[in-house]
Ligand binder design. Structure first.
Ligand SMILES: [Mg+2]
Length: 184
């Protein structure tokens, strides 16, 4: 399978508040993996706000909730200070090891996991490689992207163009709004 094919999410949502979690539950989802930066918090915020904490807390009643981030222990632990969720830092997405570690820890199979994140080249690619379901979300605040993310974003533009060319229907269904939302 070509790289661009592994970067196609199963769905797009404007934010983590716009996902139909009841439907995911019905489909047999056991665990939700969330990216941290720009998915559940803006880069320049230190701690999750009350609204995001409340949602994750509510989701814990129905799912195992994990935060899987490529950033440092300090950043992740501070962000999640007021909430009790399992997290992986330096997750090295899109490599498989962070995803696998999380699955082992909560004893869940990748096929029963939904990964939710704002980056094609890390969150979506990595999770698709393991056979997880993937939901791409609009970045909370893209202006504050870090340099590594900026590089990934450039790669992403190339991949998006390829998907648009090769899979125009999937592009329209799952990625066009993402591109429009970010004025890419
Ligand atoms: Mg992110």
């Amino acid at each position: 399978m070509a790289l661009y094919q592994k970067c196609i999410p199963h769905a797009y949502a404007a934010s983590i508040f716009d996902i139909d979690y009841d439907e995911l539950k019905k489909q047999g989802t056991r665990a939700l993996f969330f990216d941290l930066d720009n998915t559940i918090i803006a880069y320049d915020d230190i701690e999750l706000d009350q609204q995001h904490r409340a949602l994750l807390d509510a989701l814990k009643r129905d799912f195992d909730v994990v935060v899987l981030s490529n950033t440092s222990y300090k950043r992740v632990s501070l962000a999640l200070k007021q909430i009790d969720v399992f997290f992986i830092w330096h997750a090295t997405k899109p490599l498989k090891r962070g995803f696998r570690k999380a699955c082992q820890n909560i004893q869940v199979k990748p096929k029963d996991v939904v990964m939710i994140g704002d980056q094609l080249m890390t969150d979506i690619l990595g999770a698709n490689r393991l056979g997880m379901k993937t939901i791409l979300v609009r970045s909370v605040k893209r202006k504050s992207d870090r340099w590594m993310t900026k590089i990934n974003r450039r790669l992403e533009v190339g991949v998006l163009k390829k998907i648009q060319k090769k899979q125009p229907e999937l592009y329209l269904e799952r990625l066009k709004t993402y591109v429009d939302d970010h004025q890419m």
